[in-house]
Write a protein that binds this ligand. Structure first.
Ligand SMILES: C[S@@+](CC[C@H](N)C(=O)[O-])C[C@H]1O[C@@H](n2cnc3c(N)ncnc32)[C@H](O)[C@@H]1O
Length: 228
């Protein structure tokens, strides 16, 4: 275990960075926006070639995109369903003069993943299942939507080429289809790198095994198929 895993990933850097946001958005940071140190690791894992196009699914005010764009030569797009967060993200990108960041207002169900090379998900749909994660009442939330969003993301990720990289942070990685394997973990297993290694199989997805990813075995997190 390295030093980065020993410490709480939220740091002084986060307090400084979050000043870019209006108070209401800043207040949500500790639970909802990616810590700077985590964003830096995610960026390294996802930008494997110059200009790699990375999609942040449910980007909030774009904190991951902004930090990652400042540190790498990737291109970062975030999609976010809450208009006030989109505006906060767009204003921050302008203030930081980061022209490799795009923040789109919309629902993930409107997004074609084929336009991107790599993907980041910080537990975006959890607020549909857990009151403690609810941001506000601006958008509809329900277990039915949780399933719908996860199924959409799983099918889109399933259609990507072999070798596609996805990072999840926190949560149970319910969005990741069984054709991806967990290739590495960081920050006490909270951050996971997933790589597509097999064809997407709709019949397997229909079995609904995704929730079994919450299993933590002797070798850390793994796809259900990998277990001994
Ligand atoms: C835990 S926050 C993560 C924010 C950002 N990715 C980060 O790492 O700082 C999840 C965000 O996903 C957004 N979200 C949830 N469901 C969504 C959907 N179906 N389409 C677009 N955005 C969504 C929420 O509004 C929230 O801002």
């Amino acid at each position: 275990m390295d030093d980065s895993e020993e410490q709480d990933p939220r740091s002084v850097e986060d307090k400084k960075f979050d000043q870019i946001y209006p108070p209401k958005v800043r207040k949500l940071s500790s639970l909802h926006w990616t810590p700077v140190r985590v964003a830096a690791e995610v960026a390294k894992l996802l930008v494997t070639a110059p200009g790699a196009r990375v999609l942040d699914v449910g980007c909030g005010p774009g904190k991951f995109c902004l930090v990652a764009a400042a540190l790498t030569d990737g291109r970062f797009t975030g999609v976010e369903q809450r208009k006030d967060l989109v505006l906060a993200g767009q204003q921050a990108a302008t203030r930081l003069r980061l022209d490799t960041v795009k923040i789109l207002h919309g629902n993930v169900t409107d997004i074609a993943f084929v336009d991107y090379d790599a993907f980041y998900l910080y537990n975006p749909f959890e607020e549909n299942m857990s009151r403690g994660h609810k941001i506000d009442s601006a958008v509809p939330l329900s277990p039915v939507l949780f399933k719908k969003y996860n199924n959409h993301v799983a099918a889109q990720l399933g259609s990507m080429p072999f070798g596609t990289r996805v990072v999840t942070y926190a949560g149970y990685a319910d969005e990741i289809p069984a054709c991806y394997d967990c290739a590495a973990t960081l920050f006490r297993d909270e951050l996971k790198l997933w790589i597509k290694n097999r064809e997407y199989d709709f019949a397997i997805e229909r079995l609904g095994l995704a929730s079994s990813r919450s299993h933590r075995g002797p070798i850390g997190w793994a796809s259900p198929r990998q277990r001994p």
